[in-house]
Ligand binder design. Structure first.
Ligand code: DGJ
Length: 690
């Protein structure tokens, strides 16, 4: 009864076989081959220590029988049995989907493996669904979104965006020769340390070499574990972290995992551009995905908590003068909030700071011709707040434990329906009474003392909390279709695809040093779309590593340009320069936010950064040197990519005008002498039509 299913994307095949025993076997992921050649290899116990199941490449390995390697699924049945036997039951195929159902007949529980794909790209969306058709509960102990099988016995280089607060998105590579490499979060959100992604390759570059990758659409506790076994096979699992996780699936219920988007390409550039476009087309909220994001001003680094109608309006006037389209007031506008010790939870306008309410400021901003946005940190409460005084039991807690604080905050138990409703209401009330077009949703601490006495199975809290955040964000967007949402978590703690399924953009780091930011932006660009990356021009690092305003702008213009500087302190010359750059950004915005991105050189590897964006008849090149002098390596030939070889491009650089063919620019390149540290240039190339 063996069967073969072939998923066909634009350039690739993903082949699955069902063997005589009913095991769902992984056959191939890569270039297309003749479909009739697919075969299901025999498997057997190599010796008494390595079983047939250990040797098999399975689409979704379950824990049970003589399996001793990693698995994607583990459960406990009501009678205490922790051994699963899931075998093929049936498959449903359409032009763009495949769903394979496996059944554990002894317990009447099914696992449905979903695959969604199209001929427009090489991304396959995968997720798993468990359906409990029995009349008893099943405890899910581990349920991954997907298992990944990679071809060849040779070791892979596994990349992830690692880091910490203020140093997010540092790309690191580990050669996986033996054992496992594990990336995860146990904090409640993704956090700053690792990303829920895998990038596996062997000597690949931006342009060449096979790259297998995947990114999870889930920003709660996650796990990515890549393993290389005794015979050299590399496998991976990706999904919700099973650490402190279990989920009780009652009779008749089903559980659907988060989606994971996987793909295979040649080179990292194709990977990034394909994933970026796929996210805009298929993942991000529809209301703004295909619209360019406005240039925003955020007053956080200008006024910190000390906000008032006067100082915000003063900044708003300057923001308008330089061309900003949206004015966002950050932390400090609510409750008794004067620093980070009190107020979270009291989402009412502070009367001392805004004696006539918030509309005075919002009207002022609107009259200037800008939209208005507001900051919230809705999942949090502080002891010194009316909310905590009224509802001390609304936080995660245990009766006999003292709650730990981080930034003087406690985490609200969003798994309680009344708390979830409160969180929605606090933003809804503000939106009802004010013309607020934008919410920056912040989240500044990991969970602790994770008691949720309301839950029958408290280990569901991590998952349920994340889903509650997504549900509230979706409800807000449904009620206010014009509302734009930004996800922030102490900088980049929520800058991942799970957030991007519900929020329109993310904040990648509180580190706004423009040179550090180039490295952060590179890491972000690997798997996430450029347009979703807010990038502020600030004065933040003036005391430590001063950079010119030009450098700060040209760094931030490589994402969704935003301004976070204290404009009140800007000279007329600086304001004029800012205005000039914002106006230029508006011209090139479609190319930056929606174009193809080429990472030509990066500060960490090449001493300088060169990034190119190409869309239709325009290409934009940014060149920025690092902080060190380039000594003898200042002569650079910067070869562009993605141009039309036969077309002529016109551009200016170093006050000289050029007209060169795409072939010349891509093969010979632009000669540059880059001797000075922290030097920067932008080159806008226009394709001439004749
Ligand atoms: C952390 C964020 O990352 C900052 O941008 C800012 O919003 C502060 N929180 C406000 O407290």
């Amino acid at each position: 009864m063996s069967k073969i299913f072939v998923i066909e994307t634009k350039n690739t095949h993903y082949a699955i076989g069902v063997d005589e025993r009913g095991l769902v076997r992984h056959l191939h992921w890569g270039d297309k081959v003749d479909k009739k050649d697919y075969d299901i290899p025999a498997i057997w116990d190599t010796n008494s220590n390595y079983s047939d199941l250990d040797n098999a490449k399975l689409e979704y390995t379950v824990f049970g029988g003589k399996l001793y390697r990693n698995c994607a699924f583990k459960c406990t049945y009501a009678d205490g049995c922790r051994d699963s036997v899931f075998l093929f039951e049936n498959a449903e195929e359409t032009e763009n989907s495949l769903a394979i159902t496996l059944v554990d007949k002894a317990y009447d529980v099914r696992i449905k493996l979903h695959y969604l794909f199209s001929k427009n790209d090489d991304i396959i969306t995968r997720f798993a669904e468990v359906i409990n058709d029995s009349n008893a509960s099943v405890m899910l102990d581990r349920i991954m979104s997907a298992e990944i099988n990679l071809p060849t016995e040779k070791p892979y280089e596994i990349q992830n965006m690692n880091g910490s607060w203020g140093a997010e998105f540092q790309l690191e590579t580990t050669e996986l020769k033996t054992g496992s490499v594990n990336y995860e979060s146990r904090k409640g959100t993704m956090g700053h340390t690792n990303h829920p992604v895998f990038i596996a390759s062997q000597n690949a570059t931006e342009d060449y070499g096979r790259v297998y990758f995947g990114a999870l659409g889930y920003g709660g506790n996650f796990k990515v574990e890549m393993t290389r076994d005794y015979r050299g096979m590399t496998r991976g699992i990706i999904g919700i972290n099973d650490f402190d996780f279990s989920y009780e699936l009652k009779a008749g219920e089903s559980f659907v995992t988060p989606k994971v988007y996987i793909g295979v390409t040649d080179g990292f550039a194709v990977m990034s551009n394909m994933m970026g476009k796929f996210a805009v087309e298929n993942i991000m909220p529809k209301s703004f995905a295909k619209k360019p994001l406005p240039v925003l001003y955020n007053s956080w680094e200008a006024t910190w908590f000390d906000v008032s109608v006067e100082n915000q309006l003063e900044l708003a006037k300057k923001a308008k003068q330089i061309g900003c389209e949206l004015f966002v007031m950050d932390d400090g506008w609510f409750g008794d909030r004067h620093d980070d010790h009190q107020g979270l939870g009291d989402w009412v306008v502070n009367k001392q700071k805004f004696p006539n309410g918030l509309n005075e400021l919002i009207d002022g901003v609107n009259e200037l011709g800008m939209d208005f946005g507001l900051w919230f940190e809705p999942e949090m409460v502080q002891r010194d707040s009316d909310l905590f005084r009224t509802h001390p039991d609304w936080i995660y807690h245990y009766e006999k434990r003292e709650n730990s604080e981080l930034r003087n905050q406690l985490v609200l138990n969003l798994t309680k329906p009344e708390v979830k409703q409160f969180v929605f209401d606090c933003m809804d009330k503000m939106l009802q009474k004010h013309d607020i077009k934008y919410i920056k949703w912040d989240m500044n601490r990991p969970f602790s003392e994770i008691g949720a006495e309301n839950l029958e199975n408290p280990q569901e809290l991590w998952y349920r909390h994340t889903m509650a955040v997504y549900e509230i964000a979706d409800k807000l967007k449904e009620k206010y279709p014009y509302l734009q949402l930004e996800a922030c978590s102490s900088g980049g703690g929520r800058a991942e695809l799970g957030a991007l399924e519900h929020f329109d953009m993310v904040w990648t780091s509180d580190n706004t040093d423009p040179l550090d930011r180039l490295t952060i932006q590179k890491g972000y660009s690997m798997l996430y779309p450029t347009k979703s990356m807010r990038a502020w021009v600030t004065d933040w690092n003036d005391w430590c590593r001063p950079t010119s305003l030009d450098f700060r702008f040209l760094s931030s213009m490589q994402g969704s340009l935003s301004i976070g500087a204290n404009l009140s302190k800007y000279s007329d010359d600086d304001l004029a320069k800012a205005e000039k750059y914002i106006s230029l950004y508006k011209d090139i915005r479609p190319t930056i936010q929606f174009g193809d991105l080429y990472r030509l050189a990066s500060v960490r590897q090449d001493d300088y950064n060169a990034t190119e964006y190409v869309k239709d008849d325009q290409a934009v090149l940014f060149i920025c040197t690092g902080a060190d002098s380039l000594f003898n390596h200042q002569f650079k030939e910067i070869r562009l990519k993605g141009l039309d070889s036969n077309a002529i491009y016109s551009f200016d650089i170093d006050n000289k005008h050029f007209e060169k063919s795409g072939a010349y620019l891509m093969n010979v390149g632009i000669n540059q002498c880059l001797g000075t540290p922290l030097e920067c240039k932008i080159v806008v190339l226009k394709k001439l039509t004749n």
